[in-house]
Design a protein around this ligand. Sequence first.
Ligand SMILES: Nc1ncnc2c1ncn2[C@@H]1O[C@H](COP(=O)(O)OP(=O)(O)OP(=O)(O)O)[C@@H](O)[C@H]1O
Length: 316
Amino acid sequence: MPLPDKHPLGRLSVNTSGKNIRSKLNFGKKPAPSKIDIPMNRTSLSDFEIGKVLGKGKLGKVYCAKHKKSGFICAIKVMAKKDLVALKLKENFRREIEIQKGLVHPNISRLYGFFFDSKNVYLILEYAVHGELYQLLKTYRRFDNVTASNYIYQVSCALQYLHSKNIIHRDIKPENILLSSSRTVKLSDFGWSVKSESETTNRRQTVCGTLDYLPPEMVQSQDHDYSVDLWLLGILCYEFLVGRPPFEEQEKSATYKRIVKVDLSIPSFVDGDAADFIKRLLQRDSTKRMQLSELSSHPWIQKYRPLWPKAQLIHT
Ligand SMILES: Nc1ncnc2c1ncn2[C@@H]1O[C@H](COP(=O)(O)OP(=O)(O)OP(=O)(O)O)[C@@H](O)[C@H]1O
């Protein structure tokens, strides 16, 4: 699988404040339905009332929208067909849709369906009212242990589900995590995900993902498997608690070197149990990484779990 020309190995800076998102839509007095009931084969843009821009991605904008007939509130991602072709992203996009449309889990952003016209492709997505977790992290700089452990646990639930379906996400980072009401994590962006035939045999070699988050085996273009997501979870946890990823350097090559050596230094303000949690995931030898099934019994999770908001305990 070739690496598309324009993969963003860096941060995107977009305005996703989420303020007044719904203000332009006529929501009416009736509560919006919580389930979508749209015949996808006959859907077109005119079936939706389009509201405010929720954010801008590499390939287009995402809008808040209401399905006129049912009143269902969703997010619509609009991508120009010509951009998909020009950026050689058609295959990536097709794979993303194929993978995401079959996923139904409380911690995974739903893709309800898609439609297209002569110019654009439109994805109908679950609306995440609080937008990207990355913006929240930028606002607070770093999260406290209660928040971080809760978000990490929710991401791990999403990963457990994905892995059970033989899917490796490969691009976990704060930009690819959305927050819906009551701060429920919604893992999104399946553009770099792959579906393996079997959990153990199908190791892959494609280099992908975001630079700071790449595991040693991918930096070195070696085979990789499900355990890349464990590494990514470790980096995510570090970034939540410290405010930046652990191997960040100005020069790409310096970052690569630090990743390969696992040149990890955890600031002293990080909770000792959290530091242990991170170290258990950031293992050079991918077979030694803490398994998702072990994660919920780790002391860091155990310690802060009683303080999590009740709404996030439903997936245990
Ligand atoms: N389902 C959603 N609910 C609410 N806001 C969303 C949703 N999807 C995207 N957004 C907002 O729109 C912005 C752009 O999303 P988009 O998926 O296009 O970003 P992207 O990271 O460039 O994705 P991709 O890598 O697939 O192009 C996001 O940063 C987010 O703030």
